[in-house]
Design a protein around this ligand. Sequence first.
Ligand SMILES: [Zn+2]
Ligand SMILES: [Zn+2]
Length: 387
Amino acid sequence: MLAPAAVTTDQRYAIPESMQAWVLGDPGQLMLKRKPVPVPNKAEVLIRIDAVAICATDLDNIYYGPPALIEGGLPFNKNWTPGHEYMGTVVALGPGVDEFAIGQRVACEIHAGCGQCKRCRQGMYTSCHNYGMNYGAHDKGHRANGFTTDGGFCEYQVNHINTLARIADDMPDEVGALVVTAGTAMYALTELGGLVAGESVAVIGLGPIGLLVAAVAKALGASPVIAADIADNRLEIARKLGADHVVNVRNIDAVEAVHKLNGGEGVDYAVECSAAPDAVNTAVHMVNRGGKVCLAAFLHEKVAVDIAHVVKNNIYLYGIRGEGKSSTHRAEALMRQKRFDAGLIHTHTFALEDLPTAISYAKNHTDNAIKVVVKARGVARIGVAAE
Ligand SMILES: [Zn+2]
Ligand SMILES: [Zn+2]
């Protein structure tokens, strides 16, 4: 690493000048290259990435492009490194940084925001009005690592100190990489949703976000928490994470089932995490009058919505992107107190060099994969005998 005098390093953590980094070529094409280790600027630190989880949104970025936005356009063939759900160890401090110490383990939020627009000033930096404005004459200082700047499928990355949450010493790396996922669930339910203890919550679709929505809802005192999916293994995990009721909706009417489980009434919140085309209507009919529907899944097509039902019943509909208002810190607090075991959704770990295999597991749910993690150190490559 080029280390200007104002950057603080520590001999315990030798930092090389270059590192292994995956870069995106054409859609779906990842190449392992060497890149210079980035240098932290003011209010930034250098993170040694110890674990990075694969998210469904990484697949969107890698195969389709958006929501990744690099230099105002698609992310293909721009020497861009994807990956956004990572944790690691602080190994160098940018000029003037004393908020973190070298050696501190941290979870890394994705969105730093520009810090100067209306939404950033409200703490809603994941809805920054200057998203992607970080280049040339458009440089507003926005960063969303793995979306608008280089991400975590590499060995080191720089992060703004506002994006870091300290993690408990006994939290495994793989679980630390899920703090931000839990932060998204927290942001959906509390800051955006206004959930208070005793309210009822239904979750549709038990991917990583849906599972952690069930877990966080329960930890926050929601009652009952009802989890719906079509895969029994995921329903079983939801139950272990605290769901009061789980329901396999493959062959039954999900709305009817949820009403029945909630004493014949709609729930206060329905959180849609499935991306099934009609799920928004399912969610709208699951809630009671005045209830709230949170949309957390990225659909690829436009869908028709039963707006008359929404209007007549005073239903609130809101989308959620990412983890604003420092929700990650509150999620980490619940995890630190062992209020749920996020590690239950981590199913596979691969070496960084095996990222394409890891992505294929995540994409195809191979071997019941839910959260797949890659690590640059300490994991044997596939086909290479462990030492
Ligand atoms: Zn993600
Ligand atoms: Zn902003």
